[in-house]
Write a protein that binds this ligand. Structure first.
Ligand code: ATP
Length: 236
């Protein structure tokens, strides 16, 4: 079953067409990457899926329901969870409080505690820093908090917007390892990344966006070996 299905999506900002006739689907359990240059429309696509941007036209189905009819505050309850570009953590709250915020709509306190323990195992660095204010963490640690908080929301479809942005290569590798771990635990993921090679290496399929349009869509290993992708996005 497609957990997400987008057909003929058009999004404008005033006179600028940011997304043109976009078609995209994600099957249950997949890890799918959306790659493309700056300004290609990747973030706009994610923001439209989560209701933050209203499309001009198109069909958006999440678990066969029309996303455009869903109230934005219900998305997280339904398992549609985004980690935005720039992480969106609460800087004045501690690491632990940030994680708890991910479970704000839940009342199963014992399960929440177990899941916080699980997130702390996944990110041992956060365990060490549980009482530190999140705004004082390094960029990589903040990304871990944002992803940990998203896990506490029990995502069915996790949207990750450029999780490697601004991070040192060794930290980027850690973040990608954690994305793979989260995926292996059954979470379906849509990953937006500039770091096309690493993203495609862990993905089932990929979409390439240029100037608001999908120009290629294929299995990740096919894209990884495509000469056009190699020269445009993989530096080879
Ligand atoms: P990046 O990798 O740089 O984040 P992107 O692929 O995510 O790029 P978008 O952020 O979706 O691209 O932007 C697509 C186009 O829409 C760009 O031309 C951008 O300038 C424009 N745009 C994005 N947000 C707005 C806005 N709020 N108002 C007007 N134009 C916008």
């Amino acid at each position: 079953m497609s957990i997400l299905k987008i057909e003929n999506l058009n999004v404008n900002y005033g006179g600028i067409q940011a997304v043109s006739d976009l078609n995209l689907h994600i099957e249950q359990g997949e890890l799918v990457t959306l790659i493309g240059a700056n300004g290609a429309g990747k973030t706009t696509t994610l923001r439209t899926i989560t209701g933050l941007v209203k499309p001009k036209s198109g069909t958006l189905l999440y678990q066969d329901q029309d996303i455009r009819k869903t109230e934005v505050h219900n998305f997280v309850r339904q398992g549609l969870v985004m980690v935005p570009e720039g992480r969106g953590i609460f800087p004045k709250l501690t690491v632990l409080e940030n994680l708890e915020m991910g479970a704000y709509y839940r009342h199963d306190h014992a399960a929440i505690k177990d899941e916080i323990d699980h997130v702390m195992q996944l990110f041992p660095r956060l365990k060490e820093r549980a009482t530190q204010l999140a705004g004082t963490l390094s960029g990589g640690e903040q990304q871990m908090v944002a992803m940990g908080r998203a896990m506490l929301s029990k995502p069915k479809l996790l949207l990750l917007d450029e999780p490697s942005m601004g991070l040192a290569p060794i930290i980027v590798q850690q973040i990608f390892d954690i994305i793979q771990t989260i995926h292996s635990q059954g979470v379906t993921i849509l990953l937006v990344e500039q770091n096309a090679k690493l993203a495609l290496q862990i993905s089932d399929r990929g979409y390439v966006m240029e100037s608001g349009k999908v120009t290629m869509a294929d299995k990740a290993d096919v894209l990884l070996n495509d000469p056009r992708i190699l020269s445009a996005y993989l530096g080879g």
